[in-house]
Design a protein around this ligand. Structure first.
Ligand SMILES: C=CC1=C(C)c2cc3[nH]c(cc4nc(cc5[nH]c(cc1n2)c(C)c5CCC(=O)O)C(CCC(=O)O)=C4C)c(C)c3C=C
Ligand SMILES: [Fe+2]
Length: 476
């Protein structure tokens, strides 16, 4: 097959008006990890955006290729032999289908003026601020309040890294690189970028996918581990969009929920760590310090989020690989970036750094492990705040492993993951299945009661100094 030219299309902005999120997740296997209480939601959200009239670009790339297919599990085990049946199936998809790859990511503010509306979109997500059912109608108000309170602190962070998030640029580059890696394997695909909280929004990418008449889609969240708050949230949006549209509802979709256990990812992480260790005068003495983005404990304990378990497995696999290479260093996992007045996964990065420094650890290599691009939490939180804290606490030699970014072995592995998933694509959603889900209580009396008590509770909670401080800063 021959390569087709790269192209990009321009789209009007998603309007300011709200969009509905599904009340219940479908029974598709890809959401089986999402807990029951998250399967039963209904909100009208107001998505904050740039002023009307602007336009944004959706990345679309056309390529060609042919593939080798092997199962992910075998790949992890180092067995790269091909399954003939699967290979044949993939070849027929490549021949018959117009393939799309949708990269899902968080998105980030590109200017300081974007920060508050970006935060609004983030906190308006019911997978980020999970309110009990009677208070769900307050989601928008609460999001507005928290985003306004937090914006000054966030702006400081974004100002310190150059005035905006590098996420869009890096994700676009990763999309290009994955496209090229697919092309090298003779697979033709358009690669799209869909962000959850900023441009280009997932909704816009999906519009483009429809316009391009994609007939088979692979969804690849750029989070190695699955969390309800990241991959789960993006998939929920996607599912809702596909459910509402008769064309999209018929498109076979394969979702790669998590890929932290892939050999290519584990090896690429081990490569980066090994390389960075060499920058220390005594590499063997260096503590390898994995810092993962945290989630509230309730996600794991009440909502069944597999994030913590997957994170621990991920660290285990990376450390096993390093040991096999003769790198027996001590290591530690901690969680960073907590927000708000609830318990987050422990141990907390800031506390562990202080303890390690005080207990005599002199050399420390920080490894960001929940995200594959540089972003505010690597460039500002780790490189500036945590570095300073560690040095103040007695650590003398500090290093940080870069995010995977465009590391060739990593990109190639993501391309392989896409190829391997092609045969398993199936329709995401039955059309109009949302109709019954969208019904809401018409009981006016209960609505008024909820409004009344909800507003009082929200008022009391949000205006308490402790709550204000918890959202303004990282911790209570
Ligand atoms: C695996 C990665 C991530 C998880 C899990 C996650 C959960 C999570 N995040 C917040 C609140 C905020 N996150 C913010 C930025 C941000 N978060 C991630 C990744 C995960 N978040 C990234 C990559 C980024 C940075 C984007 C960028 O612009 O570079 C922010 C904004 C920044 C700030 O003010 O600190 C907030 C707020 C919650 C509440 C949560 C789980 C419930
Ligand atoms: Fe976050």
């Amino acid at each position: 097959m021959e390569a087709t030219a790269l192209s990009s299309g321009f789209h009007p902005l998603v309007k300011r008006n709200g969009y509905r999120v599904p009340r219940s997740c479908s029974q598709r296997k890809f959401v089986s990890l999402v807990c029951c209480d998250l399967k039963d939601r209904s909100f009208g959200l107001n998505k904050e955006s740039k002023p009307e009239g602007s336009s944004i670009a959706i990345t679309r790339r056309g390529l060609s290729f042919k593939t080798n297919v092997f199962e992910q599990a075998r790949s992890v085990a180092g067995d790269t032999s091909f399954d003939d049946t699967t290979t044949a199936k993939t070849r027929s998809h490549v021949a018959e289908d117009k393939i799309g790859v949708l990269l899902l990511n968080l998105g980030g503010p590109e200017t300081l003026n974007d920060v508050q509306p970006f935060l609004y979109n983030l906190f308006a997500d019911p997978d980020i601020i999970r309110l009990p059912r009677p208070f769900q109608f307050l989601q928008g108000t609460i999001a507005k309040f928290i985003s306004v309170v937090r914006a000054p602190k966030s702006k400081e962070g974004y100002a310190a890294i150059g005035g905006g998030s590098p996420l869009r640029k890096i994700t676009d580059e990763q999309a290009d690189a994955i496209q090229m890696a697919l092309q090298a394997k003779n697979i033709a695909a358009n690669v799209y970028v869909g962000m959850r909280y900023w441009y280009p929004f997932t909704e816009e990418a999906v519009q483009q996918i429809k316009k391009d008449k994609i007939t088979r889609l692979v969804v690849l969240p750029l989070y190695p581990q699955y969390s309800i708050s990241t991959t789960g949230s993006s998939i929920r949006v996607l599912q809702d969009l596909f459910r509402k549209d008769p064309y999209l509802a018929g498109v076979p979709v394969a979702i790669i929920e998590s890929w932290y256990q892939r050999r290519g990812y584990v090896n690429s992480m081990a490569d980066l760590i090994e390389k960075e260790l060499q920058t220390f005068s005594d590499p063997k003495e260096v503590m390898i310090f994995f810092s993962a983005h945290g989630v509230p404990v309730s996600y794991v304990e009440n909502a069944g989020d597999p994030y913590q378990k997957q994170m621990e497995e991920c660290i285990y696999l990376i450390m096993e690989e390093l040991k096999a290479r003769g790198v027996p260093n001590n290591h530690k996992l901690a969680y960073q970036s907590r927000v708000g007045p609830v318990q987050w996964l422990k141990p907390y990065t800031d506390e562990v750094l202080v303890d390690l420094g005080k207990s005599g650890v002199k050399s420390l290599l920080a490894v960001p492990v929940s995200f594959v691009s540089e972003h505010i939490e690597t460039l500002e939180e780790i490189d500036m705040e945590y570095r300073e804290l560690a040095l103040e606490s007695g650590v003398e030699n500090w290093g940080r492993v870069p995010a995977l970014g465009l590391t060739p072995s990593f990109i190639t592995d993501l391309a392989d993951a896409v190829i391997e998933s092609l045969p398993s694509a199936e329709a995401l959603s039955k059309p109009n299945a949302a109709a019954s889900d969208d019904s809401e209580s018409s009981d006016a009396f209960s609505y008024i009661v909820k409004m009344f008590f909800g507003s009082i509770l929200a008022f009391v909670l949000l205006l308490s100094p402790k709550m204000f401080h918890a959202f303004r800063n990282h911790i209570i």
